[in-house]
Design a protein around this ligand. Structure first.
Ligand code: SAM
Length: 347
């Protein structure tokens, strides 16, 4: 018997990953702040996420689905263990979502969500949550897989997890707009082996069209690490100021990775609270810097991250830590300025 949150489950012969408890804990806090009543746990396995959503986040109607008939038996037993009556489907999630609409759809697949995103975008009337564990396809470590799954190109950079999140959101945006629907990013993060994105969705062909102002490309110089962004409406520069040719990554999402007013409302206690605080305190820039990568190019030892952030702020730039890890920082200063400021910090 596994106890997680308010749920108790038996996960015999079915997928259950205890390392994803953090994600589900974070989700429950997020779900409590959504005004949605019906929820589809489209890829349920043991049913843990949907059971917790029902018990902890106040959904009136939670439905479960898994293509595996043995998983369905496990879900049914877990529902009765928790005293819940709910509909359990034994369907291919994509065909179920093409037939039915839910206020909130949650995709938590093995590996890539790409085969489910189109139908989920059609089904999710108010909210869409997506997990991806094929991070190498999204972040540029496996460029051809990224093209196959997400129709977008990237290579590994020092801000690869941010690229991965932006590729995933970009894919969802490019799928949803064909249904005259739009999406807003409520919150998103990268952690361990997965990315997680929570989107608010709605109907408006005008807003759907406007989303393309925030779809575009990152131009990255692999020599001096300069980066620029261009929307799909812009003409790309071919060369960086250092003379090197830019590499072009995308199409991906160039908009916000969270909505500040939403994240402000989340409980900041405990481990999940630390993530929410990191997100809340992060300034909004596209791409970020890594202190070790920069000092490696400069061939100097790295100063403390707080000292870098403080110095950037003293010199009039915006700067913050990031949600992506302990050695990264965001700033509106360009790469040349960042390098100069870091080399001047006494150590
Ligand atoms: C990663 S597990 C889900 C984990 C679960 N959401 C949790 O929080 O523990 C993915 C599940 O999707 C199911 N699945 C795979 N392909 C599917 C499909 N096309 N339609 C429905 N379910 C599918 C698998 O049987 C598996 O149980």
């Amino acid at each position: 018997m596994i106890v997680e949150g308010r749920a108790k489950i038996i996960a015999e012969g079915v997928f259950y990953n205890p390392r994803m408890k953090f994600c589900r804990d974070a989700d429950m806090e997020i779900f409590r702040h959504l005004d949605s009543k019906s929820y589809l746990d489209a890829l349920s396995a043991s049913g843990i996420r949907g059971i917790r959503a029902h018990l902890e986040a106040g959904f009136d109607r939670v439905e479960f689905n898994d293509i595996s008939s043995s998983a369905v038996k496990v879900i049914e037993r877990n529902l009765s263990l928790n005293g819940i009556e709910a509909v359990v489907h034994n369907r291919d999630a994509a065909s179920l979502m093409r037939e039915r609409s839910y206020e909130h759809v949650d995709l938590d697949p093995f590996g890539s969500p790409s085969e489910f995103i189109d139908s989920a975008c059609r089904s999710a009337k108010r909210y869409l949550s997506i997990t991806a564990t094929d991070t190498s396809a999204l972040c540029g470590s496996a460029s051809i897989s990224g093209l196959r799954k997400y129709s977008a190109f990237a290579e590994k950079t020092e801000y690869y997890h941010e690229v991965g999140l932006r590729m995933l959101i970009g894919k969802a945006v490019r799928e949803i707009t064909k249904y005259d629907r739009y999406a807003e990013v409520l919150i998103s993060w990268a952690r361990e082996h997965y990315y997680r994105v929570h989107l608010k969705t709605g109907k408006s062909s005008r807003k759907a069209g406007k989303m393309y102002e925030k779809i575009g490309y990152i131009l990255h110089c692999r020599k001096c690490r300069n980066r620029m962004t261009i929307s799909v409406f812009d003409t790309p520069e071919r060369a960086c100021v250092c003379g090197n040719e830019f590499r072009m990554y995308g199409p991906l999402w160039l908009g916000e990775l969270h909505r500040r007013d939403f994240v402000e409302r989340l409980n900041k206690e405990g481990d999940t609270g630390k993530l929410f605080s990191a997100i809340e305190n992060e300034i909004e820039t596209i791409t970020h810097y890594d202190i070790h990568e920069i000092t490696k190019i400069l061939q100097i030892s790295p100063p403390g991250l707080d000292a870098v952030i403080e110095r950037l702020r003293d010199e009039g730039y915006r700067a913050s830590r990031t949600r992506f890890g302990g050695t990264s920082f965001k700033s509106d200063a360009d790469i040349q300025t960042v390098k100069e400021i870091i080399s001047r910090i006494p150590r």
